[in-house]
Design a protein around this ligand. Structure first.
Ligand SMILES: Cc1cc2nc3c(=O)[nH]c(=O)nc-3n(C[C@H](O)[C@H](O)[C@H](O)COP(=O)(O)OP(=O)(O)OC[C@H]3O[C@@H](n4cnc5c(N)ncnc54)[C@H](O)[C@@H]3O)c2cc1C
Length: 449
C-alpha cells in the first residue's frame, strides 16, 4: 500500500511544527515546499542578524541533517497554483506534485497600499530573508544610506527603526495614528513609547501619511513626499511596515474559500476536503472568544501546527489557543501582555495604572468593575511569568488576588528590581483597600532590597 503523502506549503514555524509532529506520530510521507529559504529559520530573530548579534545560520534551530534523519523531504519552489480536483500543486517552473493531504502554511506578506514608487529599488518590507538581504545591500552603513524612512508604526516598524539606528543611520518614522500603536496601547503607554522613540533620536512623525515615493533615473528611491504637508524628504531606503496580510494570492482560483486569509473551521479544515490551513495565513470563520480571526504571531502558528498534526494522524482535535498573550520590544523597553487590556476600557472594565518614576516601566491591570475579576495586564520594562497569569486567568481570580501574589509573577527576582510594594500601595490608596502582599513575598522583597 502506498504511504499517504502530506504536502506542506511553507517552511515557517507553523508548517515545520506540523511536519515535526506528524513525524512523531506517524511514518507518513512528508514534503515541505517553500520558496524562501532551504531551511526553517526564526523570523523573529532576523533583526539580530542585521544588528550583528548572530549569523543567519544561528537563526536555524535544526541542522541541515535533521530533515533527512527524520525523513522529511524539503523542496525549494514557489507554488503557482493548486488543482484541488486532481490534488496537484503546480510550481512556477511548470513542474507538478501530487498530495493526499495538503497543509497551507504560507504566512504573511507586508502590506503595500498602491503608493506611487512602492516598487522602486531600495523600498522593502521587513518580513522575508530577501528583505534582510535587500536592507544589507541598500543600508550597509550611514555613508551609503544617509536616511531611511519607515512607513507604519507597528511592532515590525519599530524593530526596523532599532536595526537602522544600530548602524547609526538616521531614521524618519511616519506613523498614521496620533500616537504610537494607539489602536492597541492605552494612551499612557503609547505616550511613553513616543517619548522613548524620540529619545533614541528617531524622527518620529505622528499623524503622518506617505503620499508617494520618488525614484531617480536608475529606478532607485531618492525621496518621499508626505501627504499632509507635501514635504519632500530625501532618503535612500524606505521600509514599508504598515502591517501584514495573509500570503494567499496564489490560491485565488483554487476553489478554496478565502476571506482575508484561508477560511478554516476550529479543526483548521478548509472547505475543500483534505486541505488545511495554519499559521498567519489561516482565518477562523468565527472568532475564538475575544481573539482576532487572523493572528499573526509565532506561538499561535506553533499551536496550530501541533493541532493539525494530531488531526492528520487520526486524532481530530479542535484548535484551542487558550488565553491571549503577546510580547514585543520597543527599542530596549520590553512589553508583555496577558489576557485582555484594551486601549480604552470597555463599559464593565476598570483599569489600574502604575508607572515607575524612570518613565520606562509601567503596569496596567484591567478588571471587572463589579465583580473585580482580573481581565488582563500590560507590563512595560518589567518581565512577568506567563504561567502565573495563565493560571490566574484560568482560575478567574480577582484583581486583589493578583496584587497580593504579584511578587510570585516576577520573572526573575534576582535580576529584576521589585516594585510590588509600591504598586500595591498605590492601588490601596486609590481604591481604599488594604491589600497586603503575602508574607513569603515580603521576605523576598526585604532580602533583596
Ligand atoms: C521582523 C519580524 C519580527 C517578528 N517578531 C515577532 C515576535 O516577536 N513575536 C511573535 O509572536 N511574532 C513575531 N513575528 C511574527 C511571526 O514571525 C509570524 O507570526 C510567523 O513567522 C508566521 O509563521 P508562519 O509559519 O505562519 O508563516 P511564515 O513564517 O511566513 O512562513 C511561510 C513560508 O511560506 C512561504 N511561501 C508563501 N507562499 C508560498 C508559495 N506560494 N510557494 C512556496 N512557498 C511559499 C514563504 O516564503 C515563507 O517562507 C515577527 C515577524 C517579523 C517579520
Amino acid at each position: 500500500m502506498n504511504q499517504e503523502h502530506i504536502v506542506i506549503i511553507g517552511n515557517g514555524i507553523s508548517g515545520v511544527t506540523a511536519a515535526r509532529h506528524i513525524r512523531k506520530l506517524s511514518d507518513k510521507k512528508i514534503t515541505i515546499v517553500s520558496a524562501e529559504t532551504d531551511y526553517f529559520f526564526s523570523r523573529t530573530a532576523l533583526m539580530y542578524v542585521y544588528m550583528g548579534h548572530m549569523k543567519f545560520e544561528h537563526t536555524q534551530p535544526y541542522e541541515p541533517w535533521f530533515w533527512k534523519k527524520n525523513n522529511i523531504t524539503l523542496k525549494k519552489a514557489f507554488v503557482k497554483n493548486i488543482d484541488t480536483s486532481k490534488k496537484t500543486l503546480v510550481f512556477d517552473g511548470g513542474e507538478t506534485m501530487n498530495y493526499d493531504k495538503l497543509i497551507v502554511a504560507t504566512g504573511s506578506k507586508p502590506n503595500k497600499f498602491g503608493w506611487t514608487g512602492q516598487d522602486a529599488e531600495g523600498v522593502m518590507g521587513m518580513y522575508h530573508k530577501q528583505d534582510l538581504e535587500n536592507l544589507e545591500k541598500h543600508a550597509p552603513n550611514n555613508k551609503v544610506c544617509k536616511r531611511a524612512v519607515i512607513v507604519g508604526g507597528g511592532l515590525i516598524g519599530i524593530e526596523l527603526a532599532e536595526m537602522l539606528v544600530s548602524r547609526s543611520i538616521p531614521v524618519t518614522f511616519l506613523v498614521r495614528e496620533k500616537s504610537f500603536w494607539s489602536n492597541i496601547l492605552p494612551k499612557e503607554e503609547s505616550a511613553m513609547i513616543n517619548k522613548h522613540i524620540l529619545e533614541h533620536h528617531i524622527d518620529l512623525r505622528l499623524n503622518t501619511n506617505l503620499k508617494e515615493i520618488k525614484a531617480d533615473e536608475n529606478g532607485k528611491v531618492k525621496s518621499i513626499i508626505i501627504e499632509e504637508t507635501g514635504e519632500e524628504l530625501s532618503c535612500n531606503v524606505v521600509g514599508l511596515t504598515a502591517g501584514v496580510s495573509p500570503n494567499i494570492d496564489f490560491l485565488k482560483d483554487s476553489g478554496i474559500t478565502l476571506g482575508r486569509g484561508v477560511k478554516v473551521n476550529r479543526f483548521l479544515e478548509t472547505n475543500v476536503p483534505d486541505v488545511y490551513a495554519i499559521g498567519d495565513c489561516a482565518e477562523q470563520h468565527e472568532p475564538i472568544g475575544e481573539r482576532r480571526v487572523i493572528e499573526a504571531v509565532w506561538y499561535t502558528g506553533r499551536m496550530m501546527g501541533e493541532t493539525v498534526a494530531q488531526t492528520l494522524c487520526g486524532n481530530r482535535i479542535a484548535y484551542q489557543p487558550g488565553h491571549w498573550f503577546n510580547s514585543a520590544k520597543f527599542l530596549d523597553i520590553e512589553y508583555q501582555t496577558y489576557g485582555w487590556v484594551w486601549a480604552e476600557p470597555k463599559e464593565n472594565e476598570q483599569h489600574f495604572y502604575w508607572k515607575h518614576e524612570s518613565g520606562k516601566k509601567s503596569i496596567r491591570l484591567s478588571y471587572d468593575k463589579n465583580t473585580h475579576k482580573f481581565i488582563g495586564i500590560n507590563n512595560f520594562g518589567i518581565r512577568m511569568r506567563h504561567e502565573f497569569f495563565d493560571k490566574i486567568l484560568t482560575e478567574k481570580q480577582s484583581v486583589e488576588y493578583v496584587l497580593e501574589h504579584l511578587a510570585d509573577a516576577n520573572f526573575d527576582p534576582e535580576f529584576y528590581q521589585l516594585h510590588e510594594a509600591e504598586i500595591v500601595a498605590k492601588f490601596n490608596k486609590e481604591n481604599n483597600t488594604n491589600i497586603i502582599l503575602t508574607k513569603k513575598n515580603w521576605n523576598r522583597i526585604f532580602s533583596i532590597n
